[in-house]
Design a protein around this ligand. Structure first.
Ligand code: PLP
Length: 400
């Protein structure tokens, strides 16, 4: 392969760019994962990782991709044939639904058009009908990475409480954790599913279940086979900072450093940074005259923006023109929106000039791919960043 000068722009909505500081932290000799130094590291990481979930409860860390943590959430709390209520927000909700089916659960989908977050009223209505409490869990994807729509978890919790229904609430935060405000404890979530490769700024390979006392109680009686995913085995070993099997040692060094960085920036600043970059991206899309896939502004994602291309245009062609000419990867359309959208990831280790480089590549690519659009998106994003620069800096100063 011939050499391409300069850094590749990885602007998919995860895996995201790994900061050099995290890469350096992982570039270390592998430790004895049963030795005393690892135990000290394990205890420190397990304690601190709870901050990003905004929880005081245990967080279980798996050497697995996010799909593992989806599976773990279900097998640890549910029994064969249990009914699970899910919302069809997009491709990832659909995959989680498929896993539930494969595990022998009975998932029910509240249909969606892949352009909105989950509907709390529809969840409330379905739970209110379920007088016999046969539904054992409500599963929601917080940030649908395929669509760029966010579900309002607090509103869903309130809807469940209004229906006075005891189902567990499970939330996938794989593309929202450490990017979009998320509160495991305050929002009464029972199992939070997360992954390392997005807001946490790590490579793929770690995933997480944050659990509530109610989830731990359900765990005691649930009968699905858990083997590798068993919370009890892991929590027992975690009391001394270890795992029952070989943990992903070097990723855990990286997690320790990523936590230093996130906690140093402050979660409020991390969320504000993502909100601001998302707003600047939308300013660009509006100026181009293109349509944002998410149709409800209250559901706009701060991690990514999915952009519909005009009829007759192939979104994957636009992506390939941009990759070939500008060495930038954008997210492909998935499932029902394949080839209809491209997605700009603006999450993780990301700043104003990285956003401007990204949007410049998109605007030039739209031109090269002959996509009908208006110029001026980059300018509109710059105006937004300029107009909000001082308030952003003030927030950062206040955190110091
Ligand atoms: N859930 C969401 C919201 C995701 O974005 C992804 C992956 O991008 C997954 C689940 C699946 O995670 P993984 O691909 O790490 O198994």
């Amino acid at each position: 392969m011939s050499h391409t000068a300069g850094r590749h722009f990885l602007q998919i909505p995860g895996p995201t760019n790994v900061p050099d500081r995290v890469l350096r932290a992982m570039d270390m000799p592998t430790m004895d994962h049963r030795g005393p130094d690892f135990g000290t590291l394990g205890l420190r990481v397990l304690d601190r990782v709870r901050h990003v979930f905004q929880t005081q409860q245990p967080v279980i860390v798996y050497p697995a991709s996010g799909t593992g943590a989806w599976t773990a959430a279900l097998v640890n709390t549910l029994s064969t044939g249990d009914k699970v209520l899910m919302s069809e927000t997009g491709h990832f909700a659909t995959l989680w639904h498929e896993i539930a089916t494969k595990l022998g659960l009975d998932p029910e989908f509240i249909p969606g058009n892949w352009r909105n977050g989950a509907d709390p009223d529809a969840i409330e209505a379905r739970l209110a009908e379920d007088k016999g409490h046969t539904i054992k869990a409500v599963c929601v994807v917080h940030n649908e990475t395929a669509t760029g729509c966010v579900s309002q978890i607090k509103a869903i919790r309130d809807a469940m409480d209004r229906a006075n229904h005891p189902a567990l609430l499970m939330v996938d935060t794989i593309s929202s954790l450490a990017s979009i405000d998320y509160r495991h404890d305050a929002w009464g979530v029972d199992v939070t599913v997360a992954g390392s490769q997005k807001g946490l700024m790590l490579p793929p390979g770690l995933s997480f279940n944050a659990v509530s006392e109610k989830a731990l109680a359900a765990h005691k009686t649930a009968n699905l086979i858990r083997t590798y995913w068993d919370w009890s085995d892991i929590l027992a070993a975690n009391t001394k900072g270890f795992w029952p099997y070989t943990p992903a040692t070097n990723l855990i060094y990286g997690l320790d450093t990523a936590l230093d960085m996130l906690l140093d920036e402050g979660l409020a600043n991390v969320f504000a940074r993502h909100d601001r970059h998302a707003a600047a991206t939308r300013a660009a899309v509006n100026a181009w005259g293109l349509e944002i896939l998410c149709e409800n502004p209250a559901h706009y994602s701060s991690s990514l923006t999915a952009i519909l291309v005009p009829d007759g245009v192939s979104a994957d062609h636009v992506r390939s023109v941009i990759l070939k000419n500008f060495n930038m990867s954008l997210g492909t359309g998935l499932g029902k929106v394949a080839d209809k959208v491209f997605r700009i990831g603006h999450l993780g280790d990301f700043n104003d000039l990285a956003l401007m480089g990204t949007l410049s590549g998109v605007e030039m690519g739209l031109g090269l791919a002959d996509v009908p659009h208006q110029a001026g998106g980059v300018q509109a994003a710059m105006e937004h960043l300029k107009a909000t620069a001082s308030s952003h800096a003030k927030l950062a100063d206040a955190a110091e």
